[in-house]
Ligand binder design. Structure first.
Ligand SMILES: C[S@@+](CC[C@H](N)C(=O)[O-])C[C@H]1O[C@@H](n2cnc3c(N)ncnc32)[C@H](O)[C@@H]1O
Length: 290
């Protein structure tokens, strides 16, 4: 039988390329307009059916994991003001961080606080989980964790008229006073040295960037990764999560020539979210800045 695999890839990429001019115009317009409808209200849903997507024998175990994470990381406020999907994505992020940081001490500054930036945070729906893990996770005593999410495409508008930045600010506010959100190009923003940089699913393939709606001119993963490494202080940590092994290999190849030592790579596949099958290839790695 003919192998249509490579051909399908070419067709997929060509179709994505057709989106490039439209993406460029739309991104320019929304970045200039900088639309905001003001403070966004986060929706809440009952968490009773949080794990309905799981087979019955998994319910008790998943429920126990949820209760443990809620108590250990102080997720009560998030639990009371989130949709099931947002809450589940926060749990999945905590599970991923626990796997990749097992036995690791998180770096702090001379004042005992940990300063972190999340590059390309999107709508920052996981702000609570990420800040809580940085504050309470890993080895060593709990610490103050100050987190800023940075997103280049903050002005896309949702159906209710609120922008991505409106919602990202709401997620940051729910996470607490130590969490901030900023619209900007991470590669160009003046950012002080950080103890930790996280990158959850950065675009390392053109196709994904175009599907997301960004212009091709913003596709420069090497520049972004170089900037991430340059922003982490020596001894600090860089976390990268990728969707597939191929993306993880591309990321690894970029990092190999930079002053960063590979600490660990783990699978972060999870069944805590309803789209578990789509997470099967997810991989996270952690690097220490030399
Ligand atoms: C695949 S999305 C991941 C979003 C989020 N981290 C998550 O896991 O839900 C990648 C994000 O990176 C953002 N991005 C791409 N280039 C960027 C840059 N130079 N500076 C800041 N954000 C960037 C994109 O706009 C997009 O929101």
């Amino acid at each position: 039988m003919a192998d249509w695999g490579p051909m399908a890839g070419i067709v997929k990429n060509t179709l994505a390329l057709l989106r490039a001019p439209g993406n460029a115009v739309a991104f320019t317009v929304r970045s200039r307009v900088r639309w905001s409808r003001g403070k966004a209200e986060l929706q809440n849903e009952s968490k009773e059916r949080l794990f309905d997507h799981l087979p019955t024998p998994r319910w008790a175990e998943a429920g126990a994991d949820e209760q443990r994470m809620c108590a250990d990381y102080g997720l009560e406020a998030l639990r009371a003001r989130s949709t099931c999907l947002v809450y589940a994505e926060n749990l999945a992020l905590l599970q991923a961080m626990e796997r990749v940081c097992s036995g690791l001490e998180l770096p702090v500054g001379s004042d005992g606080a940990l300063r972190a930036a999340d590059v390309g945070c999107g709508v920052f729906q996981y702000a609570t989980a990420l800040q809580r893990f940085l504050a309470r996770g890993g080895m060593g005593a709990p610490r103050r964790a100050i987190l800023r999410g940075i997103e280049i495409d903050g002005h896309g508008v949702y159906r209710d008229g609120h922008s991505r930045a409106d919602y990202a600010r709401a997620h940051a506010a729910l996470a607490g006073d130590d969490v901030h959100f900023q619209v900007g190009d991470f590669a160009a923003l003046p950012i002080p040295e950080q103890d930790v940089i996280t990158m959850w699913f950065p675009f390392v393939e053109r196709y994904a960037l175009l599907q997301w709606g960004l212009p091709l001119s913003l596709f420069d993963p090497t520049r972004l990764v170089e900037r991430a490494v340059a922003t982490v202080r020596p001894g600090g940590l860089l976390f990268v999560a990728n969707q597939t092994e191929r993306e993880a290999e591309t990321t690894k190849a970029m990092l190999r020539s930079l002053p960063a030592e590979h600490v660990r790579t783990v699978s972060i596949a999870t069944d805590l979210v309803p789209y578990a099958d789509k997470t099967a290839g997810r991989i996270a790695s952690v690097w220490r800045r030399c």
